[in-house]
Design a protein around this ligand. Structure first.
Ligand SMILES: *Cc1c(COP(=O)(O)O)cnc(C)c1O
Length: 230
């Protein structure tokens, strides 16, 4: 399938989910997750009108960045080892995986300007998922108040891989409630307006629960192993 056709179909589903929940589709940005595919396939997404690309490995992100045209905005969506932060921090617009103080310190040290970060939250409490526990998030963000180079743009989560829609929905809803609590802190470097949640299997539920960024890989660009596979 051509990316442009997949995108048209996804946009229809986004519009329907927005209609159901009384939202405007302008509030939802698609990040094309290109971690499975070649730079050529990722380029197809940009040519189809995608403005944000997501990668989860530093080397692959930098490789694609060098090859691709159209100046897309780069989002780092994978778990980030502190020693890799240096390579990533100044190459991307957003980091979706801030989940510990040691990483925040490394970002603070390496950043040349401000770095827009999402705090990753483990809303499902599955041990295999990265991210902080919900109750750790507010104290963590308060600890970041003195970090001049970090802006907490929002929160990010991954729902469990399950057919239980209620379970998925409750993870997304918990993230939105937590986002609202962070906003109440009125902390200057934590506007926390964004919610990064929803993937190929669950983005419609995420939109209904308030997602502002959805991260779509397989149903948009596919998951052929032409590029780097995790
Ligand atoms: C791979 C990945 C995605 C995209 O997943 P699909 O199910 O292929 O849409 C989104 N978010 C993160 C963090 C990922 O690692």
């Amino acid at each position: 399938m051509r990316v442009v056709d997949n995108l048209r179909h996804i946009n229809e589903r986004i519009n329907e989910a927005c209609n159901r929940s009384g939202r405007s589709s302008d509030e939802v940005t698609v990040i094309a997750v290109t971690k499975y595919v070649s730079p050529e396939r990722a380029q197809e997404a940009v040519d189809a009108g995608i403005t944000c690309l997501g990668e989860n490995r530093d080397a692959e992100l930098l490789r694609k960045q060098e090859m691709m045209k159209g100046n897309p905005e780069w989002h780092f969506i994978g778990s980030l080892q502190s020693r890799k932060a240096k390579a990533v921090v100044n190459a991307v617009s957003y980091i979706h995986s801030l989940d510990r103080l040691s990483l925040a310190k490394e970002i603070e040290k390496r950043a040349e300007g401000t770095v827009q970060c999402f705090v990753q939250v483990n809303t499902s409490l599955e041990p295999s998922k990265h991210g902080m526990k919900k109750e750790e998030v507010i104290p963590f963000i308060q600890e970041l108040s003195g970090f001049e180079h970090i802006v907490v743009a929002g929160l990010m989560t991954m729902a469990p891989l399950t057919d239980d829609q209620d379970q998925i929905r409750s993870c997304f809803r918990a993230l939105r409630e937590l986002r609202d609590q962070v906003q109440e802190l009125k902390q200057p470097n934590a506007p926390c307006t964004e919610l990064s949640m929803g993937m190929s299997n669950d983005f419609e539920i995420a939109i209904e629960e308030g997602a502002t960024y959805i991260r779509i890989g397989s149903s948009l660009v596919g998951n052929e192993t032409g590029g780097v596979q995790q």
